[in-house]
Design a protein around this ligand. Sequence first.
Ligand code: DCP
Ligand code: MG
Ligand code: MN
Length: 340
Amino acid sequence: QGGTGRATAENPNRQTIEQLQKMCDYYGLTKNEWRHRAYLKIIGVLKKLDWKVCTYDEAIRLPGVGVRLAKKIEEIVLTGRLKRLDYTNKEPADIAMQLFVKIYGVGPCLGNHWAWQLGYRTLEDLKANVKLTDNQKMGIDRYDDLNTRIPRDEVSALGEIVKSASAVIDSDVQVIIGGSYRRGAANSGDIDCLITKRGTKRESDLLPFLDRLTNHLTNSKFLVYAVATPSKTGSKWHGCCVLPGPQKQVWRRIDFLLVPETQLGAALIYFTGDDLFNRSIRLLAGKKGWRLNQRGLYKNVMKDAQRVKVTDGELMEGADEKRIFELMGVPYRPSEHRIC
Ligand code: DCP
Ligand code: MG
Ligand code: MN
C-alpha cells in the first residue's frame, strides 16, 4: 500500500503517543530504566508511522512491542486513556513518591522508603520528621527552582560568566557548554561546563584551576551552593549558581567537568549525549571488540573469564571528537542530532 503523498500535520497516533509518554515519564522519574527505554522505543516507532495503530494485532507486530504494551495501545484507542495511569496518579503514596524523587539528590530507593514505608506525603513531612542531609535540605528549599528547566538564553548567559571568569584566571583554559545545550535544546535541566586546558594530560592538572575558579565565582556571588560529594579527588564539581541582576534569583544547577586536552574528544561525546546515544555508540564499540568511555576509544581491551575488564587496552583516539566517529565507522553527527 503506497503512502497518500499528503503531508499531514497531525500524527495519526498522536493520542496514543500522548498517553504512552505519560507512562514513559513515570518510569523515567522512578528510574525504571528498562521500562523507560521500552516506552521511548515504541514512542519513536509510532512517531514515524503514517497510519494509525488501532488493534492489539497491529500493535504486537511492531518492533519491541510485547503483549502488555500491545494491550495498552489497544486500550488507549478504545477508551482514549489508560487505566494504569489513573491508578498511578491516584495512589497517595505514589503521588508522594513522584514528589520526593524530584528533590535534588533523592533517588527512587529513598523516595520509595519515605513514601511507602514511612508514609510521608509532603515536603513539610520530610522537613519535620526526617534527618536530612545538607544536599537534601537544599533540594527541598529550592525545589521549585531546581525543577524548572533553564531557557537556552539563560544557559548562554550563565555560561558566559564562567567563560569570562576562566579567561581572567588562565587564558589557556577553554570552557565548552555540553549536555542538552550542545544538542541544541531550547531549555536545559542544568549547565554542563567542560573545562579543558592546553597541554593537560590528567584531570589532576586542572584541579588548581578548578579551585581558583570556584573561589572566584563564589566570591562574586555567582555560585551559591556547592554540593557535598563523598570523594575529594573527583574530576567534577556540582553546585548551584544564579544570574546576577535585579530580577528574582532562580537557583540553577551547574556542573564543572574537568577534561584533559588528550581526552577532550571522548569527553565531548560523553557529555553531549544524550544518554541513549551514548549507550548505543558504546554498544557499537563493544561489538567491534573496542571500548569507548569518556576518556577515549580503546582496542585490545583484555577481559577475564567473567568478562570483567582487566586492562584499559590500547588508546586509539581520545582528543579528537570527529576522529572517534571516523574510527567507529559512523558518519559524524553534529551535536544537535544526537537524540536517539
Ligand atoms: N550522561 C550519560 N548517562 C547518564 C548521565 C549523563 O551518558 N546516566 C551524559 C549524557 C548527558 C550528559 O552526560 O547528555 C549530561 O548529563 P545531564 O544529566 O546534565 O543531561 P543532559 O544535559 O543531557 O539533559 P538536561 O537538560 O536534563 O541536563
Ligand atoms: Mg545537562
Ligand atoms: Mn549535568
